[in-house]
Design a protein around this ligand. Structure first.
Ligand code: FEO
Length: 132
């Protein structure tokens, strides 16, 4: 079963690129979660972890570029949120590849919880600015 399912009521921002990218991000998180909780080879889990984190970084950079282009007032606070998650992901990635940590159900729940909070609170707030 999918860890996280995109639904308009909870996740829609009404900014087309963001909604598209969030759906891809959710797919990548679900893939990682399924591999990690399904007993997949460690190398496959590592590849999915790297793929997810690379996409998170790409998505955040895209949002930040769009916010800056529109002089969005909430940019600094929003970027700080992004940087915090990237820091957590980088730590996880380093530990995993050093053989000092695993991707677990708790890891998936942590990222899901972050997205479930960040998208409605921070991403939805830029709708009027980014669509202007
Ligand atoms: Fe869609 Fe601010 O992350």
């Amino acid at each position: 079963m999918a860890l996280i399912t995109w639904n308009a009521e909870q996740h829609e921002t009404k900014v087309a690129f963001a909604d598209d990218e969030h759906k891809i991000l959710f797919d990548k998180l679900n893939k990682l979660y399924d591999l990690a909780t399904g007993g997949a080879e460690r190398s496959n889990i590592g590849s999915a972890l790297d793929d997810l984190i690379a996409y998170v970084v790409e998505h955040f950079a895209h949002e930040e570029k769009e916010m800056q282009a529109k002089n969005y007032a909430g940019y600094v606070a929003h970027k700080a949120e992004h940087d915090a998650l990237v820091g957590i992901c980088a730590g996880l990635q380093t530990k995993f590849h050093a053989g000092e940590g695993d991707v677990t159900a708790d890891t998936g729940a942590l990222v899901k919880g972050w997205l479930d909070s960040h998208i409605p609170t921070f991403d939805r707030a830029y709708e009027s600015t980014l669509n202007s």
